[in-house]
Every structure is written in C-alpha cells, then in structure tokens.
Design a protein around this ligand. Structure first.
Ligand SMILES: NC(=O)c1ccc[n+]([C@@H]2O[C@H](COP(=O)([O-])OP(=O)(O)OC[C@H]3O[C@@H](n4cnc5c(N)ncnc54)[C@H](O)[C@@H]3O)[C@@H](O)[C@H]2O)c1
Ligand SMILES: [Zn+2]
Length: 349
C-alpha cells in the first residue's frame, strides 16, 4: 500500500482526488489551510474519512510533520483563478511558489522522492494555431481595440490571415498571461529543478477546464462553468463573453481524479520530470457549455454579451495523446452526461 499525502485536499479537485486514491487502495493523508480566498466557511474536519490537517504549506515545520511516512505527494494546493487585482499578487506567489518551494525542500530533507503536481493549461497562454501561408504561429496577446471592435480571433502577424486553431501538446512553449499562470509555470520549473537535484520523479498534470460537483460558486477565483451554474441557480441568464465561440476542453473532475491515481502509479516506475495534458479530448465552445447548462436546468437562454477580459485567451484545445499512451489515462465522462449531473450537483459555498 502506498501512503499518499494530498495537499489542498479540502479543495474542489483535491476532495475528489482523496476519494479516488482511497478507492484505489492507497493510504491517504490530507493537508489544507482552508484558505479564505477559496473557502467562505472553514472546510470540514475530515475529507472522505481522512482527518484534515490544517497546514499552511509555507510552514516548514508543519509540512515536515505531515511528510512522516509518506511515499508520494500529490500537490493540489494553490490559489486559483484570475483573482481580483494586483493586491492578490503576493498571496498567489506565496501560496503557489513559496508553498511549493517549502514543500520541495522538506520532501528532499525527509527523503520523499515522488511528486504529482497539479499544473494547468494556463501555462500555454494561447493554444496552437496555424496560418494557411506561414504554418504554425504563436499569436501574442490580443489588443484591447480589436476586442472592443468585436475582432476576437487572432490574425497572423505576418500576413493578417485568419488562423486555424489546433490541438496544443506538451511540447508547446510556455507563455503565461496572468499572475496565476506565472505561478503555475514557476511550480513546473521549481519541481523540474528539484527533480534534477534529487534524482526524484515528478508527473505534472496540466488540467484543462475542470468542472463537476463541489466546484466553488461564482467568485473571482472560480471557473466559467461555476459562474454559469451560479447565474442559472439565481434565475439569471448566463452571460457569455466575446462571441461565445472561444473553445476549451472541459474535463470532469472524476476524470481528473482518475488521472491523479494513474499518475501516482506512474511515479513508481520511473525517474525524471514529465508533463501531461489532462483533458477530455472533445473540445467545446464556452457558448455551447452555457447553452447546455441552460438547457438541462430549464433556465434562461444565455446572453452573448461581447464583453471581454484582456487576460483571456481565445482557444485552448488539448491533445490528450501523451496521457493516453504513457499514463493509460482516457477521460470517461462525456460533456452531456457531466453537465446533466453538474446541473443540480452541490457547489461549494
Ligand atoms: N479548477 C480548474 O479548472 C483547474 C484547472 C487547472 C489547474 N488547476 C489546479 O488544480 C489545483 C486544485 O484547484 P481547485 O480548482 O481544486 O482549487 P480550490 O481552491 O478548490 O483548492 C485549492 C486548495 O488549496 C488550498 N490552499 C491554498 N493555499 C494553500 C496553502 N498556502 N497551504 C495549504 N493549502 C492551501 C485551499 O485552501 C484550497 O482548499 C490547483 O493547483 C490548481 O492550480 C485547477
Ligand atoms: Zn500568415
């Protein structure tokens, strides 16, 4: 039996990971600080039967204590989302990067060599694009004036042609576009450096847009599916930004939990650092997600507002091939089924 420590185990994804690891027969310990940015009320004292230890990852003594007897760390703890404003910046860096640094130092000191990292699609910035004339290109951030004029698609910088979005794979360059994204890239780099210096193992899972039961309600830190769900629950139409045709890969939290179980197993048989897209492999537009949620809840039809946020990227759709071939992970939940269940599943307060 493997003893797994889950950080951020009281969070949306962490809770499902704890349940899945239990079911797979692992011994599971859980730490989480119950960060007020994530939890309006303090989290419960147990997660899926495991006692929740209130540990801030920046506290090296508490972290060292929690690592006793642990074989693998599954590191989910982080501040997520776009945040409110730049006053959030120190707390993002503190939780996500200083917290990870303390965790890695203590793992090395205590002698824990296997890590699964919850990374994110945000490390890529924009997805992959091709110009009919120039082949693969990497569009920069979109100009506010273009967005205000309703020009949401990026054009080729060399010839102005419309770009064709394609699947982003793990070899794509990293191009973080927000404070949160920058901290997730730093987590990847820190864990890679740790891996080289310790001879340890890191499996970095780049989750795409995760949705499902227990997702946090509408906050500056929550994902779009929860924002739509919260609007519909209040009897309001979901407000879809841009023209609603921006595409993402929505992956169900049960699939993400299964990917973590597969990743824990994978850390047993290898050394080194490797990243994986964790995605459904079936892209959908934001407008389709809103429409599907409105349909299954019988709520008001979404409104496409043309509003935009400068930090948003246009399309990010993922190649799921590497996780399939190397981790044996394949998403099982279809969007229609996942959304039907999500429509009346509890959200976190
Ligand atoms: N939700 C998504 O769509 C998504 C997508 C890509 C990646 N991720 C990653 O998945 C992980 C989990 O995200 P989530 O959506 O479950 O968010 P969440 O906010 O529900 O969970 C994160 C948990 O981490 C805890 N935490 C934060 N700072 C901490 C600290 N300093 N010490 C101890 N605990 C701390 C919080 O209290 C919270 O319970 C994060 O690493 C996030 O970057 C999420
Ligand atoms: Zn071109």
């Amino acid at each position: 039996m493997t003893h797994v420590l889950v950080t951020g185990g009281a969070g949306f994804i962490g809770t499902h990971v704890v349940v899945a690891l239990h079911r797979a027969g692992h011994q599971v310990s859980v730490v989480d600080v119950g960060h007020p940015g994530a939890h309006r009320a303090p989290p419960p004292d147990t997660v899926a039967g495991a006692p929740l230890r209130r540990v801030d990852l920046r506290d090296r003594y508490a972290v060292a204590d929690a690592l006793t007897g642990v074989d693998v760390v599954v590191h989910q703890a982080a501040m997520v989302g776009l945040g409110v404003d730049l006053n959030d910046l120190p707390e993002y860096v503190g939780c996500n990067d200083l917290g990870t640094a303390v965790l890695l130092a203590e793992m090395a000191r205590v002698g824990v060599h296997r890590l699964v990292l919850a990374s994110s699609m945000v490390v890529y910035g924009e997805g992959a694009y091709t110009c009919p004339a120039h082949g693969p290109v990497r569009p920069g951030p979109r100009a506010g004036a273009d967005l205000a004029a309703g020009r949401f698609e990026s054009a080729c910088a060399a010839c102005g042609a419309a770009l064709e979005p394609g699947l982003v794979d793990e070899e794509a360059p990293l191009d973080p576009r927000s404070v949160y994204a920058a901290t997730k890239v730093a987590q990847e780099h820190l864990t890679a450096a740790w891996c080289r210096q310790t001879g340890g193992t890191v499996v970095a899972l780049r989750y795409h847009n995760v949705y499902g039961p227990g997702m946090p309600r509408d906050t500056p830190y929550s994902g779009v599916a929860a924002i739509f769900r919260s609007a519909l629950a209040a009897g309001r139409a979901p407000r879809v930004f841009e023209d609603g045709r921006q595409r993402r890969d929505f992956v169900h939290v049960d699939d993400v939990a299964a990917a973590n179980v597969a990743a824990v197993t994978a850390t047993g048989g290898r050394t080194g650092w490797r990243a994986y897209n964790i995605a459904s492999g079936r892209p959908a537009s934001i407008g389709e997600m809103a429409a599907e949620l409105a349909r299954v809840t019988g709520g008001p039809t979404p409104v496409v507002t043309g509003e935009f946020r400068l930090g948003d990227v246009r399309h990010v759709i993922a190649s799921p091939v590497r996780a399939r071939t190397e981790l044996g992970f394949r998403a099982a939940v279809h969007l229609a089924d996942g959304v039907r269940e999500f429509a009346d599943a509890p959200l976190r307060g």
